[in-house]
Write a protein that binds this ligand. Sequence first.
Ligand SMILES: Cc1ncc(C[n+]2csc(CCOP(=O)(O)OP(=O)(O)OP(=O)(O)O)c2C)c(N)n1
Ligand SMILES: [Mg+2]
Length: 214
Amino acid sequence: MHSPTHSSGSIEVERKFVPGPQVEDKLHSLGAKLQNELTFRDSYYDTPDCRLTLGDVWLRRREDSWELKYPPQRGTRGLNGASTQYLELNCERDIAHRVSEELNIPCPHSLDLLELQEFASFVTKRRRFELPPRNGSKHKVVVDLDTADFGFSVGEVEVLVETQEEVQSALKEVEEICKKLGVLSDSPVPGKMSTFLKINRADHYKQLLEAHVL
Ligand SMILES: Cc1ncc(C[n+]2csc(CCOP(=O)(O)OP(=O)(O)OP(=O)(O)O)c2C)c(N)n1
Ligand SMILES: [Mg+2]
């Protein structure tokens, strides 16, 4: 039985890595093509007592769009070994529904009506590479090389899947690409958010570590 995710959502399977100086050459040798270069601002929101993020629920505005990421299975974390799996929603109505459920409050007509506070905001410059299709896989793999405006860089290998059944194979494919790029780390590599909070919001960061969210 297939269990499709919510209509507007897909599952992002991702593994972060430390981008060394040879990673672009490796990408070219694997046939990867630079797909685009983007610059965007992300602003993240939570309740004053951080109830969303302590539940591993991440609400942000990326430029003019709301986005929500949360673990595909209730009561679990999105972190899986050194990789992550998160459901992504991009439709404001669905996001408001999921956020209100998480906070145990009635669903608002607009996210602006929730009195959430911005706890992080930064600009990312992203170079996105697309890998050529691989035999025996229907998944498209993308590699993002990100630099944030607070002086931090990170790479991500990412596959988007539509069903929970595809997650295991996607995790393997992501690991395989990291190996080929020479960037496979056994332990999770800190991302932009983790680093931003460590620098700017030490108390929030500590709470997330203690809750095993980061
Ligand atoms: C290694 C690791 N990553 C993320 C988390 C949880 N988490 C922290 S912040 C956060 C939200 C931001 O997700 P991330 O992929 O890190 O950001 P970004 O690359 O800008 O978004 P994209 O363009 O890929 O949608 C999550 C899910 C975790 N616990 N461990
Ligand atoms: Mg990412």
